[in-house]
Design a protein around this ligand. Structure first.
Ligand SMILES: *Cc1c(COP(=O)(O)O)cnc(C)c1O
Length: 414
């Protein structure tokens, strides 16, 4: 039997201008590639993990001891966070887009009784989970949360902080306050907001569990470490009930990060094989974030999103998002209905913008780790060219005026 060896795999350089993954920082890639071959109990790998844990607490503004990385992507961290939810647990979940919709599905899977899961294994209708659907393009408000928690009195409540599917920021303060008022354990999907918005976990005491990802605001590589943080109430609940997982169990996983019996210890103990490459990359991404400072970075996102927004509005697009790392828009009326065609046209030129993944079809343009006038201008010009390629009209002078006015001499100075 002959085995066909395919030619070496070559993956081109693309401009990641979508909701994520972002443009992995060059410094992170360098540390990833420069890591030596070392096993997961080698002292520098273990030291790196402990240092990551401490830096992550600083980035996330928390004294939660159970703050560390989960090997994988956002869904790995979310799966760990939801692991404390037991069959039959009463849950209220707010869904206002693709990702919070999948989070709500995960919660229905976790909270389903064995009979409910067997009745519909991939989409169980768990009677104990109430999903509050909030219209695409709108945000979950504090009043939405207050009303639902008062009515249903669940053990757990869930909300996405930033819903990347529709580009909407949900009311984190309102969510946390409602959870506190009703003695509910809040769970938050912070996959899109960590490293982009300047917020501190410890300012939201109603939220017991947080989950994020490596490759969006943290500028690291996918499949490295997805941040999680759990407060004492979450850990008490988990200790009392257990969780039906080994690999993604918060207590077992924490041990490799040097967290044993709720205490920091000098070095980690074996939980699973960790990657020295991943540790080196994550370590550098956290250093990068702390060196720049979240206050400065979040201001930079606000500034550059505003320029991109103004530029696409000048092209006749309507923006419906309010996240600062992403613009979600409707094309000008003359191109309505051709969103998917435009996105595919851009992607064929290695300009990686995205459509929405659930109805209605809209265009999503992201600026993760693209925080300078040259990069934003490049994105604007490529997008304008794509509209023209589809025979749309763009007033290029007006677009250039927007860039000149907002950036002034900044481009020339670079
Ligand atoms: C990207 C994203 C996810 C999924 O993360 P992966 O890294 O793809 O696993 C979940 N929730 C939100 C809000 C996201 O933006």
């Amino acid at each position: 039997m002959s085995v066909h060896v395919f030619p070496q795999l070559v993956i081109p350089e693309t401009l990641a201008a979508g909701p994520g993954p972002g443009n992995t920082d060059a410094r992170v890639l360098q540390r990833f590639a420069a890591a030596g071959v070392a096993d997961h109990m080698q002292p520098d790998v273990l030291r790196g993990m402990v240092e990551c844990k401490h830096m992550l607490r600083a980035v996330w503004g928390t004294d939660n001891v159970h703050t560390f990385g989960v090997a994988g992507t956002g869904w790995s961290a979310l799966d760990m966070m939801f692991s404390a939810v037991q069959p039959g647990d009463k849950v209220v979940a707010f869904a206002n887009g693709t990702f919070s919709g999948i989070d709500a599905l995960t919660l229905r899977i976790k909270a389903a009784t064995p009979a409910e899961l067997a009745a519909n294994p991939l989409d169980p209708q768990a009677a104990s989970v109430t999903v509050i659907e909030v219209a695409h393009g709108t945000s979950v408000s504090g009043e939405d949360v207050e009303r639902a928690l008062a009515e249903h009195k669940p053990k757990w409540a869930f909300m996405a902080h930033w819903e990347t599917g529709s580009g909407r920021i949900n009311d984190l303060a309102g969510f946390s306050e409602a959870c506190e008022r009703h003695g509910v354990l809040g769970l938050v999907d912070a996959v899109s907001s960590l490293g982009v918005e300047d917020f501190r976990i410890d300012d939201y005491p109603g939220v017991a569990g947080w989950a994020s990802c490596p490759q969006k605001g943290i500028c690291c590589l996918p499949l490295t470490y997805a941040p999680v943080s759990f407060d004492d109430r979450y850990m008490d609940s988990l200790r009392a009930t257990g969780a039906s997982t080994y690999a993604n169990h918060p207590i077992f996983e924490a041990r490799h990060w040097g967290i044993v019996d709720g205490q920091d210890v000098e070095k980690g103990t074996y939980h699973r094989t960790h990657s020295g490459y991943a540790v080196a990359a994550f370590h550098e991404a956290l250093r990068l974030t702390l060196e720049e400072g979240l206050a400065k970075r979040s201001q930079s996102y606000i500034h550059h999103e505003d320029v991109l927004r103004a530029a696409v509005e000048t092209m006749g697009c309507t923006v419906t998002s309010n996240m600062t790392s992403l613009v979600v828009l409707n094309l000008p009326p003359a191109l309505a209905g051709r969103e998917m065609e435009l996105v595919q046209h851009c992607r064929a030129q290695n300009f990686g913008i995205w459509p929405t993944l659930s109805a209605p079809v809209q265009v999503r343009i992201g600026i993760l780790n693209q925080l300078n006038p040259r990069a934003i201008s490049d994105i604007v010009m490529r997008f304008a060219a794509a509209i023209q390629d589809l025979d749309g009209t763009v007033d290029m002078d007006a677009v250039t005026d927007v860039l000149d006015q907002r950036y002034g001499t900044a481009i020339a100075a670079e």
